[in-house]
Write a protein that binds this ligand. Structure first.
Ligand SMILES: Nc1nc2c(ncn2[C@@H]2O[C@H](COP(=O)(O)OP(=O)(O)OP(=O)(O)O)[C@@H](O)[C@H]2O)c(=O)[nH]1
Length: 289
């Protein structure tokens, strides 16, 4: 069955017609807008495809579909989706607003890395919610990773981050993933706190990745909420979660182009195995059908 975010349903009518007509272009535009590509990318894609169709004198909608795939892949390919984890330990900091799926993503990523032979420790630097620490502990157990917890509620998050990297070095963990708080009401404070966490970690080891988690169901609005992170937190990659519950497949391209930051991981479910790397070719195949 096609994923909920696939365009295949929205495009079906369009590819049932024999030739490309003005209606075809209207249908394509509507499908792209509905999928949250945003007006700019939609307009650029339609313009480029119209030029392709004219230049190659194509009138079969199936050829248009192939061209759409090519154009999308070409745009995705401008960004490198590879996680950079060569350092030992490789330190990954995970940030994002509340409820987007940070803790779940860390659990899934830890599991993936453990399954690939890595020794992982996760750090619960979201120290203000006891429940958040417990949730991370549950994921760590399922993933087969170690965990560093705060010694007391409200402990300075930077000191937990420090202890996590320290533990990684002491016990030869190859990967170290640090969960952070996402409270929004103290945006300035949160960014200061993240800055401090980063400085403290960097006293011991370089930070390999700062991953910003975004919820696909909130689409481009979610990006507005996360702008402070993008502006101040030195993000190296995006993780898009909850794509399984979203009809916004186009958000994936829109968010990458709007932020200029590559998408590195995709979450498509609440299970521990529902996280994949981002492979433009595969994604576009599923998106366009
Ligand atoms: N369907 C679906 N649900 C997800 C996915 N990722 C996370 N969730 C759900 O989203 C909810 C919030 O996830 P958390 O991991 O607690 O989010 P968080 O960002 O750590 O939240 P805070 O700790 O409050 O900052 C949970 O109910 C998860 O099961 C996904 O890829 N698909």
């Amino acid at each position: 069955m096609a994923a909920k975010w696939s365009l295949s349903g929205a495009l079906r009518g369009m590819f049932q017609r024999e030739t490309i007509t003005e209606e075809t272009w209207d249908d394509l535009e509507t499908a792209l807008i509905m999928a949250d590509f945003g007006p700019d990318i939609t307009e650029q894609l339609i313009e480029a495809l119209r030029a392709d169709v004219d230049r190659l004198m194509v009138d079969d909608p199936k050829d248009l579909k192939r061209m759409l795939r090519e154009r999308l892949e070409e745009r995705f390919a401008e960004y490198d989706p590879t996680l950079s984890l060569q350092e030992r330990p490789a330190v990954i900091l995970v940030v994002g607003v509340n409820g987007v799926g940070k803790t779940t993503t860390i659990g899934k990523l830890a599991r993936f890395l453990v399954a690939n032979g890595q020794s992982v420790v996760v750090g619960a630097a979201d120290t203000f919610r006891a429940a958040a620490v417990e949730q991370l502990a549950t994921w760590a157990q399922r993933a087969g990773s170690a965990i560093v917890r705060p010694e007391r509620e409200g402990q300075d998050p930077a000191s937990v981050a420090f202890q996590t990297v320290e533990a990684a070095k002491a016990h030869d963990h190859t990967m170290c993933i640090i969960d952070t708080a996402g409270r929004l009401h103290t945006k300035g404070g949160l960014m200061d706190e993240l800055g401090k966490i980063k400085r403290v970690i960097e006293k011991q080891a370089p930070i390999s990745e700062v991953l910003l988690v975004l919820d696909a169901t909130t689409g481009q609005n979610g990006v507005n909420q996360a702008m402070a992170f993008i502006e101040h937190a030195g993000i190296t990659g995006l993780v898009v979660t909850k794509l399984d519950g979203s009809a916004k497949g186009g958000f994936i391209l829109a968010v990458q182009e709007r932020t200029g930051i590559p998408i590195k991981l995709i979450g498509q479910g609440e299970g521990i195995d529902d996280l994949t790397g981002f492979t433009p070719h595969v994604f576009v195949e599923q998106l366009v059908g």
